[in-house]
Design a protein around this ligand. Structure first.
Ligand code: HEM
Length: 220
């Protein structure tokens, strides 16, 4: 990529070059993925630190459930935003982050799920089944989590190659999982629906952006 500029300004180039007047952005590009990886681990790191130093408040299990649920949903939405961001900005390199961001969504939702199974219910499976059947928000959360499992399992390069077009079709289920996450969030809040509503609006906008793009490409 080259951004041409005036004579006294540097010309940015992605190629490793020693030409005078050219500044290589290759190191920046290379640093992007590790930087996003480390940043994505920050909520987890803070959770561990707060746990170790007993800073999770009076209801630590509830706090862990809330944090991991929020980050799971946030990463789902960020993952879905990657393609629209690429289309709007022309920043193609961002696409290389999508798989990693999706796996972070799965990581945080899995922690959320495990918090419920292990810390909250202490493996009481008969009670868990009752809970799933009786509380609709748990059932929707459960279904969304189940939807994410095949997506995580098929996220390897080999699977992408093997599944071809079917991979793309399968991975559209991420919209459904995110919508389930928003409904799950909305159904459990008692009074203040602002946060789940914001997630819902962002998700609807991303879905609309996708549908507009699909109809444009069909119209061509
Ligand atoms: C895609 C899957 C899921 C997403 C995105 C998700 C997201 C969320 C979010 C955003 C919250 C609210 C956090 C807050 O109040 O700050 C939450 C709460 C909760 N979630 Fe999930 N969740 C998912 C799946 C599940 C599953 C599978 C279970 C258990 C089987 C579960 C159990 C809970 C519980 C118990 C709460 C706390 C409810 C309360 O405060 O009373 N979630 N989840």
């Amino acid at each position: 990529m080259q951004i041409k500029s005036g004579t006294c300004m540097p010309v940015w180039t992605s190629a490793a070059t020693s030409e005078p007047g050219r500044v290589s952005i290759l190191p920046l590009r290379r640093a992007l993925k590790p930087a996003v990886f480390l940043t994505s681990l920050v909520p987890f790191g803070l959770l561990i630190v707060d746990f170790v130093f007993d800073r999770l408040g009076a209801e630590p299990i509830e706090e862990i459930t809330h944090r991991t649920g929020t980050w799971g949903l946030t990463f789902l939405v960020i993952t879905l935003a990657v393609t629209p961001v690429r289309r709007l900005t022309g920043w193609n390199a961002v696409i290389r982050l999508r798989r990693m961001l999706g796996l972070f969504a799965f990581f945080y939702v899995s922690l959320h799920f495990l918090t419920y199974i292990v810390l909250d219910q202490f493996f009481a499976f008969s009670f868990i089944l009752e809970d799933v059947a009786e509380r609709p928000y748990i059932m929707v959360g459960f279904a969304s989590f189940l939807l994410l499992i095949p997506l995580a399992v098929t996220s390897t390069k080999g699977m992408i190659r093997r599944l071809g077009r079917r991979w793309t079709q399968l991975h559209r289920a991420i919209y459904l999982a995110a919508a389930g996450g928003v409904i799950h969030f909305l159904w459990q809040v008692k009074a203040d629906t602002r946060r789940p509503t914001i997630y819902g609006l962002v998700l609807v906008t991303l879905l609309a952006a996708r549908l507009v793009n699909v109809s444009k490409s069909h119209g061509r």
